[in-house]
Design a protein around this ligand. Sequence first.
Ligand SMILES: NC(=O)C1=CN([C@@H]2O[C@H](COP(=O)(O)OP(=O)(O)OC[C@H]3O[C@@H](n4cnc5c(N)ncnc54)[C@H](OP(=O)(O)O)[C@@H]3O)[C@@H](O)[C@H]2O)C=CC1
Ligand SMILES: O=CCS(=O)(=O)O
Length: 252
Amino acid sequence: MNRIAFITGATSGFGRACAHRFAEAGWSLVLSGRREERLAELREALEDKVPVHTAVLDVRDDAAVKAVVEALPDAFAGVTCLVNNAGLALAPQPAQQVDLADWHTMIDTNVRGLANVTHALLPTLIEQGAGTSIINVGSVAGDTPYPGSHVYGATKAFVKQFSYNLRCDLLGTGVRVTDVAPGLAETEFTLVRTGGNQDAHDALYQGTTPLSAEDIAEQIFYVATLPVHININRMDVMPVRQAWAPFAIDRD
Ligand SMILES: NC(=O)C1=CN([C@@H]2O[C@H](COP(=O)(O)OP(=O)(O)OC[C@H]3O[C@@H](n4cnc5c(N)ncnc54)[C@H](OP(=O)(O)O)[C@@H]3O)[C@@H](O)[C@H]2O)C=CC1
Ligand SMILES: O=CCS(=O)(=O)O
């Protein structure tokens, strides 16, 4: 099988690390994200090793997603692995203090965007058949509630259930579906979540050992390259130095 990975959110963090990891193994790459300069840098860094196609793409725009998929050059059209990674958290304050627009952005990106790309690539993946994969980047926030997670965690709960439900419908096609659910990982995630607050970023990761983007890329690559009869349904990955907290209790 010609191995072609379509990675969303390839301009930073997990997505960029996946681009490097899959390139190391010789996969052809379709790399997308909104930041054109970063895509160009990535293409320049990788195209000596493997064929690379880049597409400036906002996953929230379903027509643009469809157009990018339909316009894939022949050498990239037979996608065998979709890494649905593009996503973000915003507004870490309590739900009652945040702007509705931030909730909409998270829903539009993490839910609608992921659905847009999946819908556009499903026929291709089914056509490629056994050994193809849809790897959805969820989060531990999808099943562990915590303050300030409100809509973000709910979007990741969608990712989990959508992944499981897709498995049901894709039974018999050979297409695998996995929800990779990371915990604390140092990327640009916290900068985005806090509106560019470098102190908040530094404070969250200092004095502990978070996951790196490369750690998660390695897990995603592992899932994508398992023998074709194996489907990891969900992979919940935390750093050793992270665990759950006790219930919070309101007292008089
Ligand atoms: N870091 C963490 O602790 C964890 C992160 N996650 C999830 O991992 C995924 C990747 O995040 P991470 O690498 O950490 O964060 P980064 O902020 O480093 O990367 C996010 C990526 O998503 C892309 N993106 C955001 N919005 C859009 C959009 N509308 N259209 C297309 N691309 C978009 C960004 O590209 P661009 O801005 O160029 O469009 C960027 O490449 C997200 O889904 C996140 O929720 C899950 C668990 C833990
Ligand atoms: O999804 C990101 C991990 S966390 O910030 O929710 O713990």
